[in-house]
Ligand binder design. Sequence first.
Ligand SMILES: C[S@@+](CC[C@H](N)C(=O)[O-])C[C@H]1O[C@@H](n2cnc3c(N)ncnc32)[C@H](O)[C@@H]1O
Length: 202
Amino acid sequence: MTSDLPGFFQGTEMPTAGWWEALWPDPAGVLAAVGVKSGMEVIDLCSGDGWFTLQIGKIARHVVAIDIDPRLLELARHRLTESGVTNCDFALGDTYELAELAPRPADCIFMANAFHGVPDRPRLARAVRKTLTPAGRFAIVNWHQRPREETMILGEPRGPRTEMRLSPKQTIEAVESSGLKLAHLIEVPPYHYAAVFEQPTA
Ligand SMILES: C[S@@+](CC[C@H](N)C(=O)[O-])C[C@H]1O[C@@H](n2cnc3c(N)ncnc32)[C@H](O)[C@@H]1O
């Protein structure tokens, strides 16, 4: 499945339901590992159908879900409403317009399963930096740079094409070009890593 929305990042289509839940059985655990905490203002960038957004809403003070696909944003809104989670705003738009889409600075910007598709990653990192509070964090969860045929879920190879996948080094170089600094690099089994960057305070 592909999307023809203008500005849509290649290779970041939301998977059909089923294997996503199998791959991410504990989204709250991933959020805890990257440092999402109570009291935080969080942005879920490229939020998709809200699988992580829901858990962010349960942990944080407030979350803004941003996605370019109105249909997915509506699914996310539905997911949160059904669960009685009301501390979320939904913003339709392109990540590059983050500074305009976010109502206020964020303590944490979380981006899962989408950074590999961004054509101009330093540009995105600059937009993120502008939107973070001092000491705010940018947490990127990426597929490891492994051959697609090795990342099997429910009996089939899954995830972006092999050549689209980024190593931690490529991710760190792209983001640090904006002035953000790597704070942690974490394994997120079975097939992902998280790179967490911090806004320098001085
Ligand atoms: C693979 S999904 C991941 C969704 C969610 N982060 C998760 O891990 O469950 C990637 C999402 O990025 C969104 N997306 C693609 N290009 C975008 C852009 N230019 N700006 C904002 N969102 C975009 C897609 O619509 C899709 O919902």
